[in-house]
Ligand binder design. Structure first.
Ligand SMILES: [Zn+2]
Length: 320
């Protein structure tokens, strides 16, 4: 049994899958590689995780109480302020070498050979140039928006949606939040939080078609993931043998994301775990003898692990 963290053994496997004597190449079919990414992928970009430290999020509100459809219905201005602040934080961060390595992997493989699922809403994979057709943002994106307008008399339901809108501020009323100012920090009196000034609905982002409110295109607590997206992932997995399953920066405990690891395994995949605790006793216990585990930062490890296919990663000038 090779060492679980042997870089050379992994690279050899990767080459065999992509263009060597193994599986895919030998039978003339395209290689099939899947990835599941979590917060650890963006850690090197300096983004605070949603449930972890609240240092970079609002001080006075528990994000769990704002990221719900009920919170948006009760006070869309408050929720939009929170998301304008989060959009700014994500835009202030830069994609790291892990994002670029995965984007390069997508470009290096034949069409439909790589499917990258991400639980991150930070838009960093898109900004690293990851081709959209091979990327599935399971929990949506801070930079997507969609209309909340439902059916009205004589009109069908408005399905307006927009992706990768990086505009700041989205509307003048969100200008302060869009400058990265934690408005709640200033709004305290004698240590107690004060309510923020109300933003009228007509000053919030509006649907260009029906003038209803737009909402952030993220999946909130209590909401289901996008059914069509999940269906497309299931179809991809079911289409044949999966050669490799990369599990990056996630403990993969949340379903349905976690279920994809098992699905890929059933489809024949070798599982490769890349995260800060990959080589812990608990991490290794979940693996099979042929799987790999690399402990450390995805930003450091992915460019090295994937180098046989993507070459030496050059740092893009725009992000230096
Ligand atoms: Zn609309």
């Amino acid at each position: 049994m090779p060492d679980r963290n042997a870089v050379a053994a992994f690279q050899e496997l990767l080459c065999r899958i992509a263009h060597g004597s193994d599986a895919a190449a030998a039978t003339g079919r395209s290689p099939r590689i899947m990835a599941l990414c979590g917060a650890g992928l963006s850690a090197a970009s300096g983004l605070a995780t949603f449930r972890g430290s609240t240092a970079a999020l609002w001080h006075t509100h528990d994000p769990m109480t704002l990221a719900t459809p009920e919170a948006f219905a009760a006070d869309p201005g408050l929720v939009w302020r929170f998301y304008a602040y989060r959009r700014h934080s994500a835009l202030a961060a830069k994609p790291n070498a892990g994002h670029y390595a995965l984007a390069a992997l997508a470009r290096s493989l034949p069409h439909n050979s790589f499917l990258c699922l991400t639980q991150n809403v930070d838009g960093l994979s898109a900004r690293a140039g990851h081709p959209r057709e091979s990327l599935r943002a399971l929990h949506g994106s801070l930079f997507d928006m969609r209309c909340v307008g439902s059916s009205r008399k004589g009109h069908s339901c408005c399905n307006y949606a927009v992706e990768d809108n990086f505009t700041e501020p989205l509307v003048p009323a969100l200008a302060t939040a869009s400058e990265g100012v934690d408005e709640t920090a200033a709004m305290t009196a004698n240590g107690k939080p004060l309510p923020l000034p109300h933003i009228p609905v007509n000053e919030l982002p509006q649907c260009p078609n029906c003038k209803s409110l737009l909402r952030p295109g993220v999946v909130w607590f209590g909401e289901a993931l996008d059914g069509r997206m999940l269906q497309s992932v299931d179809q991809w997995v079911a289409a044949g043998k999966v050669d490799l399953m990369l599990v990056i920066g996630t403990s993969a405990k949340v379903y349905p994301a976690a279920g994809y690891i098992e699905a890929a395994r059933r489809a024949g995949a070798v599982v490769v775990v890349v995260n800060a605790e990959a080589e812990s006793q608990q991490g290794l216990a979940a693996l099979r003898p042929t799987d790999f585990a690399f402990e450390g930062s995805a930003a450091d490890l992915l460019p090295v692990l994937l180098e046989p296919l993507i070459g030496k990663l050059e740092k893009p000038r725009a992000e230096e």
